[in-house]
Design a protein around this ligand. Structure first.
Ligand code: ADP
Ligand code: MG
Length: 709
């Protein structure tokens, strides 16, 4: 019985394991110590090594004659060792020199402090050297070149380190280029034929992609730069394709799941709310509301992202969704990333819903213990219709009687986990995510690929334009004059000091110090207020209210005003040390003005003339289109940084780059969705290898992504 079981297990294992899964130790030259170093690079199997992609390449393919070598350039030369010598040096371990020659001449090759080199070379050997040609006492020489000793019977093809396009790997100190290269070559020569090409033939044909084994080979040891480019195209396609398959499967699962709540739209609360709106909705708002109500009434769960630039009017769209849920007797949870924003939502919604008898409460970490119990009670018994809060909402102890809709604002500030946690508090609640950081299309397809997206591009009518200018530190006087001009017209101003990353304290200090100067000297004729993150929420609220009511003319603040604050009479914002902010953040800050009909001003102050800062500040002065800015931000910062942290759901892409490879992403997505449309769980026999690969890739990484079977 026992032994029976054992055989059974072994068989399973045998079936599953391809030679590529073999440990890296299987390759000649990799002992336990080196295997350990490999594993620190996350290379455990031969396959891992195949996907350890060179960082760049060096073209060492064009061999030069010695007489053609140019001083100062890096060259490849093939020569015979004529003599070798070892000299002592004053410091260090001595100098080792070769004199090598070909038909056109001779040249010296020198290594400092590497006495062991003398054991590597013999007179009469044919060697290819690759290195920089330098002048030394009037004679050219090559110092510490890369080299490849040609075996007596070697052909050009067999060279690994020279005489070809050579891979340069991302390094660790202990594993040297030559070594990794040698091992990679051995692994490829020995195992590449065993690579299972999982892409369906039709897909390969349609997109003219090379076979996988060839792609791996040419990615490491390209025969030409075109070959390398094609290899890369194939591997990038694979990465996108697998990711999009995962997303397509997840999306189709959500669509199949008909256990969601079927809300009804034709109730009194919703119509009443719609008819009392003080303005006409923009076309985009109307379309977004149509999308959302369509999702809400359907038996499938809503999983929608509402993106719209600052001031595009997302709140009213969300409010429509809320009234639909509430009129059916459901509760709504609304989560915002900061206390200020949660508070702001609370006040806005209370005003919006004033006459509708909707019960709203606010729950943040500032909520007092005794009030908290009371709030929990309200949520649990259904005495609150809307609960607004920060991440305090997802804490244990918070229960809802009948949660039917979850709204998450500024989602990119929350982790994917937090999103899931809040969702779990209801039975299949519908989910609406809102973001004011427009998401570049490529990111939307990857990070939010499983969500449906509604976009508010158009701003409500009658908004004044915003003029943005960049000033240097020594132009402060001019800036204050311009601010004063606005204040004289009874407008209001923001002056923002950036968050010093390491220390909120320093930040508060800077803002506080400037506040004193502005209040007592520069803007002494006006009322200046101060707002920063260290104030209590009562104090903050007091200041915000005073600013809103026009009792304060100038609000000096740290970045706490970044999101959501809506004061149409504020027409000027000064951003100090503007280079410290990311592009999206600058855009958010600028969104505090331009909310009324008058022309507004945004003054960026910075002395930083580095390329990145200049690029950023210039983009700001050139456009106010949030989508353009987001694209630019993504380009400048790269996808990893765009959302700050990896956990925000950006899948790991090792070879593909969503900026560089955007067109391929689109094609891979289309192909993947089409395939899943035809074969939802990849059950067709010809999709077997693809399915295997998909399961392997997502194992442990995004286990929630794929549950194929
Ligand atoms: P967002 O949250 O997208 O940044 P808000 O929802 O705060 O924007 O809306 C910004 C301002 O525009 C609010 O004062 C809101 O009342 C107003 N608003 C929204 N939609 C319209 C509309 N269709 N017409 C006029 N004003 C609108
Ligand atoms: Mg908003």
């Amino acid at each position: 019985m026992n032994s029976n079981k054992k055989t059974c297990k072994m068989q399973v294992k045998k079936n599953r394991t391809s030679p590529l899964e073999s440990p890296i130790r299987y390759i000649k030259g990799v002992g336990p110590a080196r295997a350990k170093l490999f594993s620190s690079l996350d290379i455990h199997s031969i396959k891992d090594l195949f996907y350890y992609i060179p960082r760049r390449y060096e073209d060492r393919s064009s061999l030069k004659k010695i007489s053609e070598l140019a001083v100062g350039s890096t060259e490849t030369v093939r020569a015979t060792v004529l003599t070798k010598s070892m000299r002592a040096s004053k410091k260090g371990k001595g100098i080792f020199q070769l004199v090598v020659g070909d038909q056109s001449g001779v040249i010296q090759v020198t290594w400092f402090n590497q006495p062991y080199m003398k054991d590597y070379f013999k007179e009469g050997q044919e060697v290819i050297f690759y290195g920089k040609i330098e002048m030394y006492f009037g004679r050219p020489q090559i110092v510490s070149p890369d080299y490849e000793i040609l075996a007596a019977d070697s052909t050009e093809d067999a060279t690994v380190h020279t005489g070809r396009i050579v891979p340069i790997y991302p390094l660790t100190q202990e594993l040297r280029q030559r070594y990794i290269r040698t091992i990679a070559k051995r692994a490829i020569d020995q195992y590449c034929h065993a690579v299972c090409d999982f892409l369906p033939a039709s897909v390969k044909e349609k997109h003219r992609l090379m076979p996988l084994s060839e792609a791996i080979e040419q990615m490491h040891f390209p025969r030409s730069s075109e070959g390398q480019a094609e290899a890369q195209r194939r591997l990038v396609f694979d990465e996108f394709f697998l990711l999009q398959l995962g997303i397509a499967i997840k999306k189709s699962q959500v669509e199949q799941d008909t256990g969601g709540i079927q809300h009804t739209c034709d109730g009194p609360l919703y119509s009443c709310f719609r008819s009392t709106l003080p303005f006409t909705l923009t076309g985009d708002q109307q379309r977004a509301i149509d999308d959302i109500t369509h999702d809400l009434v359907s038996p499938q769960r809503m999983n929608r992202l509402l993106q719209g630039d600052v001031g595009s009017g997302k709140t009213v769209v969300a409010a429509c969704a809320m009234t639909v849920a509430i009129q059916g007797g459901y509760q709504v949870a609304c989560m915002a990333p900061t206390e200020i924003l949660a508070e702001q939502h609370y006040f806005t919604l209370r005003e919006l819903f004033e006459d509708l008898g909707i019960r709203i409460c606010l729950m943040t970490s500032a909520t007092l213990e005794k009030d908290r119990e009371f709030l929990y009670e309200k949520a649990r018994t259904g005495k609150a219709d809307i609960i607004i809060g920060t991440h305090a909402l997802i804490q244990e102890g918070v229960e809802f009687r009948n949660l039917g809709l979850v709204i998450i604002d500024e989602q990119h500030k929350f982790g994917v986990m937090q999103r899931a946690q809040l969702q779990e508090k209801g039975l299949h609640p519908d989910v609406l995510i809102m973001t004011a950081t427009p998401i570049p299309r490529t990111l939307a397809l990857t990070v939010y690929g499983d969500l449906n997206i509604s976009t508010l591009r158009e701003l409500p009518p009658g908004r004044g334009s915003i003029v943005t200018r960049w000033f240097k530190e020594d132009e402060h006087r001019r800036v204050y004059e311009l601010v004063e001009a606005q204040l004289r017209e009874k407008r209001q101003a923001y002056i923002v000091y950036p968050l010093v990353e390491e220390s909120e304290k320093l930040d508060v200090k800077a803002a506080t110090a400037m506040y004193e100067v502005l209040k007592n000297e520069v803007l002494a004729d006006f009322v200046v207020g101060l707002l920063h993150g260290r104030m209590s929420s009562d104090e903050k609220e007091y200041v915000m209210r005073a600013f809103k009511q026009g009792e304060i003319d100038v609000l000096v603040s740290t970045v706490v005003i970044e999101v959501g604050i809506d004061i149409p009479n504020a027409t000027v914002i000064v951003i100090e040390n503007a280079h410290r902010f990311g592009l999206s953040q600058l855009h958010q800050l600028r969104g505090r003005v331009g909310r009324g009909t008058a022309t507004s001003y945004c003054f960026l102050i910075s002395d930083d003339t580095s390329d990145v800062a200049t690029a950023r500040l210039q983009v700001m002065t050139e456009t106010t289109d949030g989508f353009k800015i987001a694209e630019e931000d993504l380009r400048l910062r790269g996808p990893g940084e765009f959302f700050g942290v990896r956990q925000h759901g950006l899948p790991e892409l090792r070879i593909a780059n969503i900026i560089r490879d955007a067109p391929l992403l689109e094609r891979a997505r289309e192909e993947a969705f089409e395939l899943i449309h035809r074969d939802r769980l990849l059950q067709a026999k010809e999709h077997g290898p693809l399915r295997e690969e998909l399961l392997k890739r997502f194992q442990g990484v995004r286990t929630d992504l794929v549950r194929v079977s």
